[in-house]
Write a protein that binds this ligand. Structure first.
Ligand code: AMP
Length: 307
């Protein structure tokens, strides 16, 4: 398997200043897989309850996501309830119900153990470790986490950090994880914990990639209509890791391109609630936004003091 993801598959209830939805399909692994599926084949490891809609599974299956590692258990699917104010960069968690994730013990199908590219999506770091333990010799492991786990499971999270190649976090999480308010210092502190690369996502202010002694920045596409930022981080990671797995390279030039791919995919995600926008894209629509991005980021080389 080219790319493997473990993470949450959820039913989300979300309120933003532009509307609200109840129990819609969400979850870190769901957004990640949908976004990555435009770039590569991948396999998803997670658990759902008996109340998860079959249509959402059919959709993942049809886009080539291997679901052998997605287990259905009797009980309720993971649920998350969150709210955004006018500052859409900050999600306020109102409820987290782990439900079937509380007793989930992932056992990877044999073919998954040879995965080269792995993404440990936002979920209990103990589960992230258990999945990682079952993979023979991954080439590149990325991971995400959030304040819920930074506060609740810091020690296990440190173990995860010591075994990954790249961490994807937003700026508030980077600050909380390290106690550093300056983002550059926070990135350096995270790299001391293990991962040699860090992506720091800053919502509408873009994303920074720290790799070796270089820093790369991709803006967020300036959209007129943003409905729901839920899943933007996972769509970013899905585009990033999907592109890296497609190119089969982790050299700096590819990681910089992957940061732009991530920003493009996140820009689609926030235009609608749930997966509505990310799941209905096609190569032409994605290509057009890449061109717009290129124009957004381009300027001719200049000598500012030329006379
Ligand atoms: P983000 O890309 O950061 O906006 O992630 C949004 C997704 O994370 C939502 O669809 C939620 O279902 C999921 N989520 C929220 N809290 C947790 C948690 N504690 N563990 C795993 N997934 C979560």
């Amino acid at each position: 398997m080219n790319l493997l993801v473990v993470g949450s598959v959820a039913l989300d209830s979300v309120k933003s200043p532009f509307g609200s939805v109840e129990e819609v399909v969400g979850g870190s692994a769901t957004y990640f897989s949908t976004s990555a599926s435009y770039y590569t084949d991948l396999a998803l490891v997670a658990v759902i309850g008996d109340d998860f809609p079959q249509a959402a599974l059919d959709d993942l299956d049809q886009r080539g996501v291997d679901l052998e590692g997605l287990i259905r258990h009797p009980g309720k699917t993971f649920r998350w309830r969150g709210e955004y104010g006018f500052d859409l960069n900050e999600a306020h968690t109102l409820e987290t119900h782990l439900n079937v994730f509380e007793t989930f013990n992932p056992v990877l199908p044999e073919v998954y153990r040879k995965s080269e590219f792995v993404f440990l999506g936002n979920i209990d770091p103990e589960l992230q470790l258990r999945v990682l333990d079952q993979i023979d010799s991954p080439r590149f492991v990325g991971a995400d986490t959030m304040n819920f786990w930074i506060r609740g499971k810091r020690e296990v999270l440190q173990k995860v950090l010591s075994r990954i190649d790249m961490l994807f976090v937003n700026d508030a999480e980077a600050r909380e994880l390290t106690g550093e308010s300056n983002i550059v210092k926070a990135a350096a502190a995270i790299r001391q914990m293990g991962p040699t690369r860090v992506a720091i996502k800053r919502g509408e202010y873009g994303a920074l990639l720290f790799d070796g002694d270089t820093v790369f920045f991709a803006p967020a596409y300036p959209l007129e209509e943003v409905f729901d930022p839920t899943g933007a981080g996972d769509s970013f990671a899905g585009g990033f890791m999907g592109y890296v797995a497609r190119r089969r390279s982790v050299e700096n030039a590819v990681l910089c391109q992957a940061t732009v791919v991530g920003s493009v995919m996140a820009s689609f995600c926030v235009e609608r609630f749930s997966l509505e926008r990310v799941r209905t894209l096609n190569p032409e629509v994605i290509g057009r936004r890449f061109e717009q991005f290129q124009r957004l980021m381009h300027y001719d080389p200049l000598d500012p003091l030329e006379t």
